[in-house]
Design a protein around this ligand. Structure first.
Ligand code: FES
Length: 575
């Protein structure tokens, strides 16, 4: 797969043509000022750019793309930058996850339909990474990822504050009167003080680690801060390397092997990555045609040591992680577990690439011998409440709630939750289990990050900071708590979660991977007869297509007809 490619470049099927067609393919693009020799057999590198002013985490990507171009030119290639749908986590409504698959479609069709020999993916904010990798996987050209990098660490009132993570804490403090609204507003600018994505080990950082662990980036790419000049060097070197990858015909599928996916699951456990990884990795595996299932995350990841002391599970931020050695230092610690057979985009294994790595600060990166937790990762629980599973991140949860039985306090929708959670008459105490329905892939639709429901005010005022929470939603990678997520099948398709009533006893037992609703099968059958799906009121456009075809969380929530590859052949010409 990596031997010298002697076949004709794909782009020559456009730019190498003679006659009328070749004229049309070359003439219009020459209006950008490209000389004729650019079209004569140079590898054409598509730079897939998710720059957008409404995706602030990717707001620096025009400059980053320029660095990639410099590298491509230096190596003798021809770079062409193109935009795709870009998803900014904080602004888009109702939730960026609803559009991940649509964005992936724009990536797939933009790559396949244009004269590219290879692709550089510029990724940053949460969904911009999986959507780009999913789309590229369905085409399967040589592909390299350049993660845009995290923000520099925020500081507020003399302390480090992390994107997202401290928002949840501050919001609780405002609710209980520990923080004024003026201070709350001051913290906004302090938190996001530079270009880049969230500074915690939230979903964006998890995704950056995921692509590096899958082997899709040059070594050390994931932790370099966006504002650090070395990020531009990485982009430049990635531009140089992708031209070589065309010559070697190193397809994406030669990197994305089963072993690479296992490496990504192990590394996610080591860094304490977001539960969102589960959905995205399942969807990417589905596109490239590698078998990965929900149980793999538990079987492969949950025995791995947890090594990173970063928010939301720990204390530090991505900038500290970079200075402490970055991902290569973690890979070196994990080398006893990782597969050596999986190659990365530079042709070497993760382990070979991390040979010279070193931990510079053991407060931030623990050693495998002396980890923060002996067993990290994501636990998958099953039971009559969710036969196909739900997930929890034990490192972000409370040890005393890992085995717990409590009475359900049920919210039928997120609006119902907002309306009643702070009602002084709500029958709830800290031993209860908060249950939220209709926030799954179809039910919301789009599976929003609302699973870490804020606790009732009257519980917070007692100084209680965690309760068991269960839903078919997702949770922000920056959030924490004893939160069971992604319950499948979801309530909106008739899953048992939709049948839970106030006062039902729910037992969770993470050690034994169990979640049980203490209601008899007969009673559940009776309730099922009266169950009706919520009318979502959508009847057109992409959202209707999404509702009709999205798969359940345990399958990655991709659209069912997008699984697999279509390759890079285009059946018909344009003229
Ligand atoms: Fe963009 Fe967190 S909001 S990475």
């Amino acid at each position: 797969m990596t031997s010298e490619n002697t076949t004709k470049l794909r782009s020559q099927d456009w730019f190498g043509k003679e006659g009328k067609d070749g004229f049309i393919y070359r003439s219009w693009i020459k209006n950008q000022g490209y000389p004729a020799h650019q079209f004569k057999g140079k590898p054409v590198i598509g730079i897939c750019n998710t720059w957008s002013e409404v995706t602030p985490c990717n707001g620096h990507f025009r400059e980053l793309a320029q660095s990639v171009k410099n590298g491509v030119y230096e190596a003798g290639g021809f770079p062409l930058e193109f935009p795709v749908m870009s998803l900014g986590e904080t602004l888009i409504r109702p939730t960026a996850m609803l559009y991940r698959n649509l964005a992936a479609m724009t990536v797939e069709e933009s790559i396949r339909g244009n004269p590219f020999d290879a692709i550089v993916l510029l990724t940053g904010c949460d969904k911009t990474t999986p959507s780009l990798v999913m789309g590229a996987a369905s085409v399967d050209l040589p592909t390299i990822v350049v993660p845009g990098g995290p923000m520099l660490s925020g500081r507020f009132q003399g302390k480090a504050i992390g994107s997202g993570t401290d928002v949840w804490r501050f919001a609780d403090d405002v609710k209980t009167g520990k923080m004024t609204l003026e201070e709350f507003e001051d913290a906004e600018a302090c938190m996001s003080r530079s270009i880049g994505h969230c500074s915690t080990m939230g979903t964006a950082s998890t995704m950056a680690v995921m692509v590096e662990a899958l082997g899709l980036t040059l070594p050390g790419a994931s932790a370099i801060p966006a504002a650090d000049s070395r990020k531009k060097v990485l982009a430049h070197m990635s531009g140089m390397r992708i031209v070589e990858m065309v010559k070697e015909n190193m397809l994406l599928s030669s990197v994305l092997t089963r072993e690479a996916f296992e490496n990504a699951i192990m590394m996610n456990a080591a860094v304490g990555g977001s539960t969102n990884l589960v959905l995205h990795l399942l969807a990417i595996a589905g596109r490239i045609g590698v078998e990965v299932d929900l149980e793999d995350f538990d079987k492969i990841g949950s025995k791995m040591p947890f090594l990173l002391n970063l928010m939301p599970s720990g204390k530090y931020l991505m900038e500290d992680f970079y200075y402490a050695g970055g991902l290569p230092a973690v890979i070196k610690e994990m080398s006893g577990f990782l597969h050596k057979t999986a190659i990365t985009v530079n042709g070497k294994s993760l382990i070979d690439n991390s040979k010279g790595a070193k931990i510079w600060n053991e407060e931030v990166i623990a050693t495998a011998e002396n980890p923060i937790l002996r067993e990290g990762g994501i636990a998958v629980v099953k039971g009559n409440l969710c036969e196909n599973g739900a997930v929890i991140k034990p490192s972000a949860a409370s040890a005393h709630l890992m085995q717990h039985t409590g009475k359900a306090v049920v919210f039928e929708t997120i609006e119902d939750y907002h309306a009643r959670i702070d009602d002084p008459d709500l029958e709830v105490d800290e031993t209860c289990v908060l249950v939220l329905k209709n926030v799954g892939p179809k039910g919301y639709p789009g599976m929003p990050e609302v699973g870490n429901m804020q606790l009732p005010k009257k519980i917070l005022e007692k100084g209680i900071t965690d309760m068991v929470r269960i839903s078919d939603a997702r949770m922000s990678g920056t959030a924490y708590g004893t939160v069971f997520l992604h319950a499948s099948p979801e309530s909106a398709v008739g899953g048992t979660l939709g049948l839970v009533q106030n006062g039902d006893l729910i037992e969770v037992d993470v050690h034994n991977r169990k979640i049980h609703l203490h209601v008899s099968d007969e009673e559940l059958a009776e309730r099922r007869k009266n169950w009706k799906p919520v009318d979502l009121g959508y009847n057109r456009g992409y959202v209707q297509l999404y509702i009709n075809t999205v798969t359940q969380a345990d399958k990655g929530a991709d659209l069912d007809f997008l699984a697999g590859k279509s390759g890079h052949e285009v059946q018909r010409e344009s003229h």
